[in-house]
Structures are given as C-alpha cells and as structure tokens.
Design a protein around this ligand. Structure first.
Ligand code: Q9C
Ligand code: ZN
Length: 351
C-alpha cells in the first residue's frame, strides 16, 4: 500500500504539556513519525509519497468536517498568541480557561475578543500545546489523509496517511488530546463525497475517538466504532461509554467498546471481532482505521498489554473485512517501538 507522509510534521513540536498541575515533556514528539518512516524504509509496504497540495480542494475537504470559525481560529492562533505578549513567541500556547456548556450563561454564538478565551472555547484540555508551525503541520496532515483517500478511490486496496499531529480527538470545532484536525474524519467524509454510500470508521487507538464520534454522531451514513480504555478511568473521560449509540438519524450508528485498564490481547481481540461484525452488518463500502499504537504493553501513558507480534494479527483481522481501507496515524508513545508496531500491523494487513 502507498504511504503519504507529512513533510511538515516536525513544525509541530511541543515542549511541555500540562498534566495534573505539572508541566511534563510532551509525549507526542516528531521522532514518533520518523521511527515509522524509518521502519517503512526497512520493510517496505509500498511506495512513499508526500502529498501534492491543491489548496482549494484541501480547504474544501477540511471544511466538510470542521467549522469555518474553528479553522480560521487555528490558522491565526499563533499570531494572536504572540500579539497578546511578544514574550509568548518563546512559549507554546496552552489553554487555561474554558466555558462550561449549559452553565452560568455560556453562549456558543458569542466569540470572545480575548484570545485566551477563544483558545479555551475551541479546546477541551491543557495537554495539547499549539505553536508557530501547528497549523501548517496539521493542514499538511489533512492533505495526507486526502491523498490516501484518493489512492483508495483510484482502486488501491489500502493507503496510509502517516502524519502528526494526530487527529481522532479533534471535533468539528475543538482541539485536544494532541489533535487539531481530524484526519480520519476528513478521509471518511472524502470517501462519502466521492460516492461511497456507507463508510465505517474503526478506531483502534487506546483512547476513545471523541472527536470522530462527535463529528458523525447524528449521521447514519458513517458508522463510528471505537475500542478503547474505559472512559470512567481513562482519558478523554467524558465520552466513550457503551451507552452512547448515536443521536437522531444516527441512533445505532455509533458503537463504543470500552475495556478496562490492563486488558490483554485476547479480550482486546474479542472486541475487535465485535467491531468487525458491526462493520459487516452496516454493509460498509469503505473503512477508515485511526491507527493508534498506544495499546502496546510498553506505552508510557496507556493501559493495555498488546505485544509487538499482536499487531500482525490485528492487521490480518482488519484485512479480512475485505474493504478499501484508509489508515491514519494516531497515538503510540513508546517511541522506539512505534515504527515496528505500526509496520507489523500494515504488514499483517497486506499479507
Ligand atoms: N500524561 C492520542 O493518543 N493525556 N492522544 C494523557 C498523559 C492525553 C492521547 C495524560 C492523552 C491524549 C492521539
Ligand atoms: Zn491514544
């Protein structure tokens, strides 16, 4: 399968993230992608490309998923951050104040004039630093997702959008969880717009794909399925429970399969079988897989215990769905092993 990788990814390089009152070094680092690319050069799964960017088509694909005022905010965020205080040029932007929906007069229609307030309005955590190159890197990442989608639409069995920052926590108008633009959702919507009538998203990252769920929650044309650490104890906490099944026309088209911290491959596999059954029952025409490798036993911020060899099985099981498939690169913070684990999965898929 072809891989479309992001030549600008290292422009997004956070220094520290807020974690329970302390600043800690960022987990989501450029080396993650470099390790995957290096492993793909060692064990080729097909040609490597950087995406060709058609600005108008790319902005249109992003606008199909994200609110215009959100992308406008992201595009100008760094300049506004520095304008607040010239010394900010030396520090990453992190939100520190948020509105509480449905409480003490929160109004989603009023855009605050103060940048610090807008930074909170468009985000949900203080663990996702934004810097000078974030927008350029994220936008080129969306271009990778669009290019991978095009390759699948042109008849390829599968394609891989190898990009960072990741995407599955980003919603229609919010960033968080290290994510700014939802690459998997952009791919799914691009598949729909090209005429695929039913598209399934099967998220295998350790963390619930809250952004993707939110984007498609009221729709019956995109099935969203996520296998993840139980949000009652695991990030992102407020979404990802088993009883979230969709809303309105989308009822029945969202499936959450939360598993307890400590879950091993056997139980994880049983959840993947359930997920694949749902994809089959939906009669999907194409599949998008937000590929997080933070289910790995060595992951520093997660709690499942998959071994490197298990990813080959995961790839094989995903391939058995028999669908044109777009992979996006999501989490996975055991940096030295993330390349091996990602390529094991892709190799299993191509077997
Ligand atoms: N000290 C993805 O895997 N913080 N995002 C957890 C870490 C948030 C993960 C606490 C984790 C976000 C794409
Ligand atoms: Zn994750």
């Amino acid at each position: 399968m072809k891989t479309f990788h992001n030549p600008l990814h290292a422009l997004h390089q956070g220094r520290e993230e807020m974690f329970r009152g302390r600043m800690v070094p960022c987990h989501e680092v450029p080396a993650r992608l470099d390790y995957v690319l290096a492993e793909l050069q060692r064990r080729s799964q097909g040609e490597l490309f950087t995406p060709e960017v058609d600005d108008a088509a790319l902005d249109a694909a992003i606008a199909r998923v994200h609110a215009e005022r959100y992308t406008r905010f992201l595009a100008g965020a760094w300049d506004e951050w520095v304008a607040m205080d010239p010394a900010n040029a030396q520090r990453d932007a992190l939100p520190s104040v948020w509105p509480l929906p449905n409480r003490h007069g929160f109004r989603n229609d009023v855009l605050p004039a103060n940048f610090a307030a807008r930074l909170g309005l468009f985000s949900f955590d203080s663990g996702s630093p934004l810097m000078a190159g974030t927008w350029a890197a994220a936008r080129m990442g969306a271009a990778c997702a669009v290019a991978a989608t095009r390759s699948v639409l042109a008849g390829d069995r599968a394609a891989f959008a190898l990009t960072r920052p990741p995407g599955h926590h980003a919603g229609p108008d919010f960033f968080g969880g290290y994510c700014f633009l939802n690459n998997a959702a952009i791919a799914a919507q691009a598949l729909r717009d090209a005429g695929m009538t039913r598209v399934a998203v099967l998220d295998v990252d350790y963390h619930h794909g809250n952004g993707t769920q939110t984007i498609f929650y009221e729709r019956a044309d995109v099935l969203t399925v996520s296998i993840h650490g139980d949000p009652s104890t695991e990030y992102p906490f407020f979404l990802g429970h088993a009883d979230e099944r969709g809303d309105g026309a989308g009822v029945g088209f969202n499936l959450n399969l939360p598993l307890p911290r400590g879950t091993g491959f056997k139980d994880w596999c049983a959840a993947l079988e359930r997920a694949l059954d749902a994809v089959e029952a939906f009669d999907a025409q194409a599949l998008v897989v937000p590929m997080g490798l933070d289910t790995f036993e060595g992951d520093p911020i997660s709690g499942f215990t998959l071994g490197s060899g298990d990813y080959d099985t995961v790839g094989r099981m995903l391939a058995a769905a028999g669908l044109p498939t777009v992979f996006t690169f999501e989490g996975g913070y055991a940096v030295a092993e993330v390349g091996t684990n990602a390529v094991n999965l892709l190799e299993g898929f191509c077997r």
